[in-house]
Every structure is written in C-alpha cells, then in structure tokens.
Design a protein around this ligand. Structure first.
Ligand code: NAG
Ligand code: NAG
Ligand code: NAG
Ligand code: NAG
Ligand code: NAG
Ligand code: NAG
Ligand code: NAG
Ligand code: NAG
Ligand code: NAG
Length: 756
C-alpha cells in the first residue's frame, strides 16, 4: 500500500511452510485471455497442465493455490524453479513469475488526525446520481463507519455480479447499498507466511479491516457525507468522499500491510468479472518494478483496461528518481502532494523564539514550560552518546530526562517514532522534540506531547540550547491552519520518474492530495493512533492520493458512461494544473520547480476534467503495438487478447503511442512525434497550439492550428524536434498546449537528447 511507511509492523517469517520440498516457491502462471466456457473447465485444464509437470494429478491439486478463471486465465502454485521453467515453455503460457509481496503505500507509522478529506473538491457536482461502482483492492473495510451509510441510495445496480462474502465478524448484513460487495483473499499470503493466526496480530478472516488503510481509501473515494468529523477538534468539518453517490466493492487482498501478488491478481480477476467501473489500488511492488508481464497489478489492470475499466494506482513513497511503481501506460499512476491545510504545533523556547513544528497535541496540560535536554547528553550508563541521541528504548537515563522535554535525532528516515515517545514516557520525560526531515508530512500521534521539527528550526533550537544553561520550552496545542501557501507542494516522499520499464511514457501521470488526509478509520487499528480507538484518522502517502484520482475517474464515468479508460485518463491528465495557489509553478519540497517526473501532467483538476475539449484515445490494439515496440515476444502477446495479434514490422515507434503526454527517452538527432486528438465539444471550433520551449531542442508543431466542425472528428498533428545540444544523460522538459476560447489541453514533454 502506498502510504508512507515508517516502520514495518511485523517481521514476516519468509520460510516456505508445508508443501514438502523446501525449494518450492509460490509462482504465478499467467496465460492471458481464455475462451473456456466456465471456471470449472479452467480449473480442470489448469490442474492438467500442472500435473504434466508434477507428474501427479493429486500433486497438482495440492500444489495449486489460486485459479484465475474469470477475466483472464492462470493459476498460482508452489513449484520448484525447474517446474516453473518447464511451465513457462508450455504452449499458451505468457509468463511464469514468483509471486512477490507488494506494500501498502501509506505513511502509516505516523498518526494523522481530523480534516476534511477533499476540501478543494467542494465545487464538484457531488449531487450527481450515480450507479458507478468502484472496486477497492486494499485491507478491507470497517462497515459500521458512518461514512458507509447508504441513506438515499437506490438499489444495488443490476449490472453488479459480485457478492458479499461472510467471514469472521462479517455477515451479509454488513453490506448495504454503499458497500455492495466484499471479498477477501488470503491463500497467497498464507502459502508464503503460514496461517494468519501465527502472526499473533489482530486480524479478521473476512473483509473486515483491522488495519484502517482500506477503510481510509474507500471512504476517500465514495464515503457518504458525515458532518462534524474531527480529531480531538482538529480540522473539524464535514467528511465526504469524492463521489458520495457511488458504490463500493471491497476486495481485501492485503494483510498487515503486505499484499501478495497472487492474492492481488485474484482480486482483480473478480473485480473485472463483478462489473466494477473503476479500480483503485493503493499498493505496489517494492522498486524496481518488474516488467509488465511479471507483475500482478500490471497484468490484472491490462485486462481491466480491455474491459473498459479505469485503474488508478499509487506511484509509491520511495522518495527517489526512477522509483515510481505501477508505471504501465494503461494505469493512471498517481503521485502525492499537499493541500492548503496544515496542523502546526508550535514550540516556544525560553527566549520566546517560536519554532513551527508538527504533531498532534490536543490536551490542555500540554502547554507547560519544561527544561530541555538532548538525548545525546542523557545517555544511560554504558550507552554511547550517539546511540542515546536517537532516544531508543533503554538508552536514556531516567534521572536526567525526568520532567524534561527530550530532543531526539533520527538514525534512519524509517525510525520508529513511536518507540522514542514510549522510551521517553517510561523514563518520566515530559515531552519530545524530534528533528525530522519528514516533519510536515507526519502528523505524529504520541503518548506524550511531541513535536517534529525541520532542519531550520533544529538549528535555532540548537543555538538556544548551547547558549542557555537552563534551556526551556513549551509545546503548544496543535492548531488547524487553512489557506497554507504555497499549495499544492509535491510531497518529498512521492516516488518519481523516469519510468524504468517503458521510459517513453512519462510517469507518474498526475498528482493529487496525499498529505494529511482525513478519512474513515478502523477503530481496532490503534497501532498508529497512540493506542486510541478512532473512527476517523489522518494519514499520508500516495495511498491517499490514488483514491482521489479513482474518485475523479468515477465522476467522469458517471457523467460520460461511454468514455474509454484512455479517454478518462486523457481528460484527467490534459486538464491538470501546473501552478499553485500563489500562481507560481508547483514546487518540490526543496523549492525547486516540480517536473513531469514529479507530478506527471500536474495536479488533478476534477471540474475541468469533466469537459476536456479534446481527447487522446487509445485501445487495446494500440497497447499491443506499443508493447511490440518494446520487444514483447509474440509468445507474451499472443494470449493477451482473444484474437491473434501480430507485431508490425517495423513496429510503430513507442513515442508515437497516442498517450496524453509526450516522451522520447532516446533522441538521437531530428525526430517527429505524432498524436491524434478527438474533438468532443459541440459546434465548430478552432484550437491554437502553444509550445513551451525545451532547452537545447528546437520544437515546432504542424499543423499549428486545428479546425473542427463537429464532435467525434479526429485530427492528427506532428511535433518536430530538432535537437542542437545533448541533454547530457538526463531529460529536458517542455509542453504543448492546444487552446480554444474555453479549453486548455496540455501535454507535458520530456525528451532525453543523446546526440544531435
Ligand atoms: C492462446 O492462444 C492460442 C491462439 O489464439 C490458443 O490456441 C490457445 O488456446 C490460447 N491459450 C490459452 C491458455 O487460452
Ligand atoms: C467478533 O465476534 C466475536 C464473537 O461473536 C465477538 O466476541 C467479538 O467482540 C467481535 N469483535 C468485534 C471487533 O466486533
Ligand atoms: C505467537 O505467540 C505464541 C504463544 O505466545 C508464541 O509461541 C509464538 O512465538 C508467537 N509467534 C510470533 C510470530 O510472534
Ligand atoms: C461536534 O463534535 C464534538 C466532539 O465530538 C461535539 O462536542 C459537538 O457537540 C459536535 N457538534 C455538533 C454541532 O454536533
Ligand atoms: C550503539 O549503536 C551502534 C550502531 O547503531 C551499535 O552497533 C552498538 O551496539 C550500540 N551500542 C550500545 C552500547 O548499545
Ligand atoms: C530550569 O527552568 C525550569 C522551568 O522554568 C525550572 O522549573 C527549573 O527549576 C530550572 N532549573 C534550574 C536549575 O534553574
Ligand atoms: C534536422 O532538421 C533541421 C530543420 O529541419 C535541418 O536543417 C537539419 O538538416 C536536419 N538534420 C538532419 C541531420 O537531418
Ligand atoms: C476517431 O478516432 C476514434 C478512436 O480512434 C474512432 O473510434 C472514431 O471512429 C474516429 N472518428 C472518425 C470520425 O473517424
Ligand atoms: C554532464 O554530466 C556530467 C555528469 O553528470 C557532469 O559532470 C558534466 O558537467 C555535465 N556536462 C554538462 C555540459 O552539463
């Protein structure tokens, strides 16, 4: 899942349990489209195929874990590497790959409390009556949450073929006209980690959510309106999902924040079959992302695309360039940025200097003045000063920290902040200040008054502590600031491009709110809430931005039921904003301008996306041609679609794939790129082009004016690039915008000039 993860909740035992041969691993055997008449006949054929390799039918039944029988064909099974190789050479098999763990993309270790989830969407037509169904692949749902009430919703849409699968503490009556379906998938997880029970952690063998993440993402997408939601009064307001009239189908494929490929693929297989309109996936592989034919989300979402289902997925929280996950061109890949609201908790020093920090301090007694001490000078006996500076357990001297505010450092970015707070509380400390580069992204909920501060504030603090023998500080109550500028700001953790698999496709595609987002929560998930049982919580991550874009896709689907997933993607991307609320270009955390590798086409702009003017469309055949251009083998491609497909010879260059942004990863001299737009407005209109200069590349567009007379008309244009300076191994950026009186249809451009 793609919320920022600060520490692992559990150490999973990664032994292969049971199943005899210790060399066996869990593999997915993927066979693309199928034309079998029933699930039973697929399972029979799967067992036969497996038996031919295992030389025993019973062995095949015992070794198989999942069967993918509905939207595409395949199975997962415990196999030795040799058996896996043998299967990969079998007729009809597209790929065989080890089922890997995916991670939720949340900043879960930090606590975030109480705000409106999508305040900037208030201008949306949220009263649209909608039967749009969103499939959410996540940690399940807390069905009793007010956010899932179904007041005013009509009957379950008849097109929905899903089920409400009962299980532990979950009955069919937990589904309603909001949560119309709920299923869970644990076989893949358990094949690798052993029975869920062995973890000794709280869980439900059912769609019920004990983690909070799935409840948060689902309510962000389609939560009903709930008034007076806050966290201890912080950010009090009305919580509502992006499309409150939409329905949710819940697919729980993640356990304790980990999501096994084989389970995720089973969830997508069902979601497609059940008739969802949009799928939201806030999780991804740990970078580097495997190729598209060897990874569950890419494979599953390809088939979703083919069936007209838009898939929104999180880019990840990996901070660095080239780490974006879920980068297939048929996925909407979502980065994370801030909103115009923050929750500062000020620290006032003895010299009356005020430092801006962040944290959740909501109890009145938290305003007292206390002496300050650094963890490094409060080492317990036998502990080096450096070790004590991190304030971990059993490193601090209680006599020294008792009644004081302790200043702590991070050893690593993913240090467990919670452990530090507990360590100080146990030593009788009065409060904690952590010097933390992620300060503003982490609304830390702590067992003692705690504030996270950035580097500039840390310097101020250090100067004061060095100059004053009895340095003191007060930690003030957290306040809600609205109207923060500049916003949006790209979140430091949001995974960045370029795309490591198909670098001509700029990734991520878009950014959306993913910092300090309030949404519904599982009251049993107290690990991140300082032990408090909460119904609403604030967390950060691309896990939180992904459902915002899923909601916009659902909104477009309800306004334009016949739009293809590519049209939805185009509308969302070409109408995105690249400026912030100070009318400057959107920036990164370090005050540099964000590039398409940070935010793709920009910040999602839902009301503009409803009426984009022009559309860059593409279909499954275009995707196949695109994959051909990246050297996909006929064997890999042949079973992706029911009808046989052949690669053109020579293949269409990948930069000519009709994507709503323009990327050329390998520009060696003059090059022309083609795109085709479809006009979706009313009467005659004229669009004029506007090119933003690319450093070192002369760029022109032909024609530079496009006249349309009626909707549905297509027009192809050409962009000529004449590079005159090598870009020295990195990309240079520009953009092309088509404008008429009303619309601005913008495509970012990223080119890497390897020679002129
Ligand atoms: C793969 O495609 C070929 C040709 O269309 C077909 O004969 C074969 O049955 C397919 N394999 C599977 C597993 O569906
Ligand atoms: C789950 O069900 C059991 C048995 O009915 C009950 O004792 C328990 O309180 C339930 N737990 C929750 C969280 O509802
Ligand atoms: C779970 O608890 C049991 C009994 O307390 C213990 O023996 C076992 O080691 C624990 N397992 C894990 C994974 O912590
Ligand atoms: C809102 O919630 C707070 C705290 O839960 C409560 O004290 C207050 O009375 C509520 N206000 C309204 C208008 O319901
Ligand atoms: C201090 O920290 C270092 C590195 O983290 C570790 O190797 C060492 O064991 C620690 N020393 C003590 C006494 O805890
Ligand atoms: C330091 O300041 C604190 C807070 O004002 C006060 O309680 C304490 O007595 C002072 N300690 C010394 C040694 O002056
Ligand atoms: C590239 O295009 C420019 C402008 O059309 C032209 O002058 C130049 O000769 C071309 N270079 C090559 C190598 O074709
Ligand atoms: C325009 O292109 C779309 C998508 O490729 C196609 O379905 C449609 O028929 C074309 N329209 C016309 C008028 O040719
Ligand atoms: C090109 O990149 C290399 C390594 O990144 C750098 O040392 C060099 O200065 C760059 N040259 C130019 C002209 O920017």
């Amino acid at each position: 899942m793609e919320s920022i993860r600060v520490f692992s909740l559990i150490l999973l035992v990664t032994l292969v349990l049971g199943h005899g041969d210790p060399n066996r691993k869990h593999y997915i055997v993927y066979m693309g489209q199928h034309s079998h008449p029933s699930s039973e006949s697929v399972i029979l054929a799967n067992h036969k195929m497996l038996a031919s390799v295992l030389e025993s039918y019973n062995g095949a039944e015992e070794a198989s874990i999942h069967h993918y029988t509905k939207s595409f064909r395949g199975f997962s099974a415990m196999l030795t590497p040799d058996q896996a190789t043998q299967l990969s050479e079998t007729e009809g098999v597209v790929s065989v790959f080890e089922s890997k763990m995916n991670r939720l993309h949340t900043t879960n270790s930090w606590r975030f409390l109480g705000v409106d989830s999508i305040p900037q969407y208030n201008k949306l037509h949220t009263n649209i009556k909608s039967d749009v169904i969103i499939g959410v692949i996540d940690t399940g749902v807390w069905p009793e949450s007010e956010s899932f009430n179904d007041y005013g919703l009509g009957p379950v849409p008849t097109k929905f073929k899903g089920e409400c699968v009962p299980g532990q503490n979950f009955t069919q009556s937990n589904c309603n006209r909001k949560i119309i379906g709920a299923k869970y998938y644990s076989k893949g997880f358990e094949a690798i980690n052993g029975p869920l029970e062995n973890t000794n952690l709280t869980f439900f063998r059912s769609p019920r959510d004990s983690d909070g993440h799935g409840t948060h993402t689902s309510s962000t997408i389609a939560g009903s309106q709930v008034s007076n939601v806050s966290l201890y009064g912080l950010g009090s307001g009305t919580a509502t999902g992006g499309v409150p009239s939409a329905r949710l189908a819940i697919y729980k494929a993640c356990w304790f924040e980990d999501c096994e490929d084989a389970d995720v693929l089973a969830a997508i297989d069902d979601a497609i079959h059940d008739g969802v309109d949009v799928i939201s996936i806030s999780l991804g592989s740990i970078p580097p992302q495997p190729i598209y034919f060897e990874e569950a989300i890419s494979i599953g979402s390809f088939h979703a695309f083919e069936k007209g289902i838009a898939v929104s997925a999180s880019a990840g929280n990996s901070f660095a360039p080239s780490t974006a996950s879920n980068v297939a061109p048929w996925i909407l890949t979502v980065g994370a940025s801030t909103i115009n609201r923050e929750f500062p908790s000020y620290v006032v020093l003895g010299n009356l200097k005020q430092l801006k920090g962040f944290g959740v301090n909501t109890k009145q007694d938290k305003g007292k003045q206390y002496s300050l001490i650094s963890g490094s000078v409060a080492a317990a006996s036998g502990i080096p000063s450096r070790n004590a500076s991190f304030c971990k357990r059993n490193t601090l001297d209680s006599d020294l920290i008792s009644g004081k505010i302790v200043v702590c450092m991070l050893e690593k970015l993913d240090d467990d902040r919670k452990e530090k707070a507990i360590s100080i509380k146990e030593g009788g400390g009065a409060g904690m200040i952590i010097i933390d580069p992620l300060a503003k992204y982490v609304l830390f909920q702590s067992v003692i008054p705690s504030v996270l501060i950035g580097q500039a504030e840390a310097q101020e603090l250090q100067m004061y502590m060095n100059s004053e023998k009895n340095s003191t500080a007060r930690i003030y109550l957290t306040v809600t600031n609205v109207g923060t500028k500049p916003a949006p700001l790209m979140a430091i953790f949001s995974s960045k491009g370029p795309n490591t698999i198909t670098p001509d496709i700029i990734k991520p595609d878009i950014t959306a709110p993913g910092v300090n987002i309030l949404a519904a929560w599982s009251p049993l998930a107290t690990e991140r809430t300082a032990g408090n049982s909460l119904n609403y919580n604030i967390i950060s991550g691309t896990s939180m931005s992904c459902p915002h874009v899923a909601a916009v896709a659902a909104l477009l689907k309800s306004v334009h039921p016949y739009w293809s997933p590519a049209a939805i993607k185009s509308a969302i991307m070409t109408t995105a904003m690249t400026t912030d609320n100070t009318r400057n270009f959107i920036q990164n955390d370090d005050s540099t301008n964000a590039t398409p590798f940070d935010y793709g086409s920009g910040h999602v702009n839902p009301s503009a996306a409803i009426n984009p003017g022009l559309i860059y469309d593409f279909d499954t055949n275009d995707l196949i041609n695109f994959l051909c251009s990246y050297g996909a083998s006929p064997a890999q491609l042949k079973n992706l679609t029911v009808t046989p497909v052949y690669c053109k010879n020579p293949p269409t260059p990948s930069y000519n794939f009709n994507y709503p942004s323009i990327g050329v990863a390998n520009m060696a001299g003059n090059l022309s790129v083609y795109r085709t737009v479809t006009y979706i407005g009313q009467g005659p209109t004229t669009y004029y082009s506007n090119l933003q200069i690319i450093e070192g590349v002369k760029t022109s567009v032909y024609p530079d004016v496009m006249r349309f007379s009626k909707p549905g008309e297509n027009m192809t244009y050409r962009v000529d690039f004449v590079p005159y300076k090598s870009s020295n191994g990195s990309f240079v950026f520009g953009s092309l915008t088509w404008m008429n009186d009303v619309h601005r249809v913008r495509s970012p451009i990223a080119v890497n000039v390897v020679s002129v």
